[in-house]
Design a protein around this ligand. Structure first.
Ligand code: UTP
Length: 468
């Protein structure tokens, strides 16, 4: 066993004589997994002092490819990109990656967030909704896409069980690959690692930045290479609106020789809680909303638009070679971010205490901090209503309620585009509930095929319609 005194962390063993042999083993293996010298360094820098975020001196707004092409040249480029993207999809050059290791604390749902039933009529869980999109894409492009799902130690077993119990939602079991991200101990304000039980350290997932190293360490990158995968389409488990395999985005990434590409949204206002795309020293980066001073977020252009209007919905395409390069020596030093949390702990008398105020720091890395390491990057704007409605909270902004509403809106618009008549109120919201099964209709192209053959229905207010 390590000499914990040397690192000032001997409190981890304060109940050692009381715990069983099995508990000793468990605690020992947690202790062995921690690099104490490094952790103490981080604690000194980020916990014992609240380091002010050092923003680069000059931040500029980035160049963004608009969602709708605004010139004939751009229209041509997008057409080429779509065709190229479809070829890459057909050629099996793309894999899907979903990060699902988070704790979903704001949602307050008991279980992995991907199990949350989200679709407005059938209540399909998030994982099922993505699985159906991927299945339909596999038919469309005649290729069984590999789907990598990142879990954490806390939700890995339950996530795998959910897929098994549901027969992988119709996907081949060997195409769904789970891999587990790293954990970080919670540190109290005096720099000590917290025990959440007499035999257990308070550990939490190390942030979605942990994805890159976990991909390398788990053998997922090697598996991609073995299967000739060159590009990874990345999104978060709580955004059912996303297109998991978008030919335009993937094609543009490849044509422009980008190593890491991102979708952007036009922010709803200066305070929207989205990372801000900025350029610093010629490099694209994302600055968290909480780190961006208001004099920058509120700055406007002469036409009234926000100067930093591009926010990040956390949708990216990565080149496999880029992640290989970043992780080649088994290390990846992304910056750590501090989050103050209420972490339950065991007091000296051995009682569990649930603090009422924040008492500890959790450290996380963010995947978007990889952007400045890329030689080439690009941003493609997305239409929010098409691509982004995260389930973060039970109600209010970015909630179950707003997400289901946007799912209905998106499906209603797609149906209207192919000629289905949808009743709408004065504010143009649909007066009936609709849900399109992604298993049958991935996009407008699929819907158009159906309604070209049969006549277009006229939907009635107050009713529910499921299209499959
Ligand atoms: P969030 O930052 O929204 O965190 O994660 P969360 O854990 O889902 O929710 P809160 O903040 O506790 O309420 C955005 C995405 O990144 C994944 C999440 O699963 C989600 O898809 N994520 C986050 C990870 O995979 N690992 C992490 O360590 C953190």
């Amino acid at each position: 066993m390590l000499d914990l005194k040397r690192f000032g962390q001997e409190q981890l063993l304060q109940f050692w004589t009381e715990i069983s042999a099995e508990s000793k083993k468990k605690l020992e293996s947690q202790i062995d997994s921690i690099d104490f010298a490094y952790l103490n360094e981080l604690a000194a820098e980020l916990v014992l002092q609240k380091k002010n975020i050092e923003l680069p001196k000059e931040l500029l707004p980035p160049k963004v490819f608009p969602a709708i092409p605004d010139s004939p040249d751009l229209s041509k480029l997008y057409e080429e990109a779509v065709a190229h993207g479809k070829n890459l999809l057909r050629g099996g050059k793309v894999a899907v990656l979903t990060v699902a290791g988070g704790q979903g604390s704001r949602l307050g749902y008991d279980g992995p967030k991907g199990k949350f039933p989200i679709s407005p009529i059938r209540n399909k869980p998030l994982f099922q909704y993505f699985a159906e999109k991927i299945k339909r894409a596999s038919e469309k492009y005649s290729h069984k896409f590999l789907w990598f799902i990142m879990t954490s130690e806390s939700n890995d077993a339950e996530t795998r069980r959910f897929f098994e119990e549901n027969n992988y939602f119709g996907l081949s079991q060997d195409t769904v690959i789970f891999f587990v991200q790293g954990m970080m101990p919670a540190i109290d304000y005096s720099g000590k690692i917290i025990l959440e039980a007499k035999d257990s350290i308070a550990l939490s997932p190390n942030g979605h930045g942990g994805t890159l190293l976990a991909l390398a360490k788990s053998g997922a990158l090697a598996k991609m290479r073995k299967n000739s995968v060159e590009f990874i389409s990345y999104f978060q488990v709580d955004n059912p609106l996303v297109s998991p395999l978008d030919p335009l985005f993937i094609g543009l990434h490849s044509l422009e020789k980008s190593e890491m590409s991102s979708r952007s949204l036009s922010k709803t206002g200066p305070n929207e809680k989205l990372g801000n795309f900025c350029v610093s020293d010629g490099k694209l980066c994302i600055i968290e909303y909480s780190d961006m001073p208001s004099e920058l977020t509120e700055k406007r252009r002469s036409d009234g638009r926000l100067l930093f209007e591009a926010g990040s919905p956390a949708i990216h395409v990565f080149s496999v070679a880029f992640i290989e390069r970043l992780t080649q020596d088994g290390k990846l030093k992304l910056p750590w971010h501090r989050a103050d949390k209420k972490v339950p702990f065991i007091d000296a008398a051995g009682n569990l205490v649930k603090p009422e105020k924040t008492n500890a720091v959790k450290l996380e890395t963010f995947i978007f901090d990889a952007l400045p390491f890329a030689e080439n990057t690009l941003i493609l704007e997305a239409r929010r209503e098409d691509e982004f409605s995260p389930v973060k909270n039970p109600d209010g902004v970015d909630s179950i309620v707003s997400c289901r509403r946007m799912m209905v809106e998106k499906d209603a618009s797609m149906l209207e585009k192919v000629g289905v008549k949808i009743p709408r109120d004065a504010k143009s919201s649909p007066l009936c509930k609709v849900e399109i099964s992604p298993l049958s209709f991935l996009d407008e192209e699929d819907l158009a095929l159906k309604f070209r053959k049969s006549s277009c229905p006229i939907l009635e207010a107050g009713k529910e319609y499921y299209f499959e």
